[in-house]
Unconditional design. Sequence first.
Lengths: 185, 52
Amino acid sequence: MDGLGYRLNVLALFGVSFALLFAFAWQFGFDELPCPLCYLQRAGYVACGIGFLLNVRFGVSPAHYGVAILGALAGAFASTRQVFAHIAPDTGSYGSPFLGLHFYSWALIGFVAVIVFCAVMLVVYGSHDRESDRDFLTGQAKVSMLLFAFLVASNIAVDFAECGVGPCQDNPTGYWLFGTGKMRD
Amino acid sequence: MIIILPFVLGLVSCVYVMRGQREAALGWWSATLIINLAWLWYHMTDTLKLDF
């Protein structure tokens, strides 16, 4: 297998983790609570990150890129839904912008970037068969895998704290677990 | 169906990936995606009361 292709997948997994980490930083740094569609976009990043995780753990395979593309499409649907909810004039927005764009717009750009990345990798490396399970993982690969798994686990904790065991409120006002918010009716 | 379910199933999939069980990981990932799509359907067809 081409070493560059593998390293790019490690980098892509770090990129997905960075998106999840940045969402956490914004949530806690600016006290902006994620809405239901925001969580679905995070879940989309988790679903597409698993594709890169598979590539890092088992070796690059077209099937794993398919996993990443399907996850990115699911996330892109959620972010597009939210962009459309605010696309008309005087329809407001959700959360504060970063570099002029709201996070659902950034999320959509990220999902499109993942799809483009996978398409390019498939064009360049698509004819390669999946190599046998990797018996050696680089330090960066191990860190990228553990960081991603940690962020998925963190999302479970944060999501439960905010929404409990039901659907999240459309316009959340606090954390259900700490008594400052409530579950959706 | 709870909103943390896609993350829980995603974490299970991650664990199977790291344990080297590819087929099981793909199975759990499929469940993650299905739950995610079900939530998408729910939120694409209801009225969102966001900050208008």
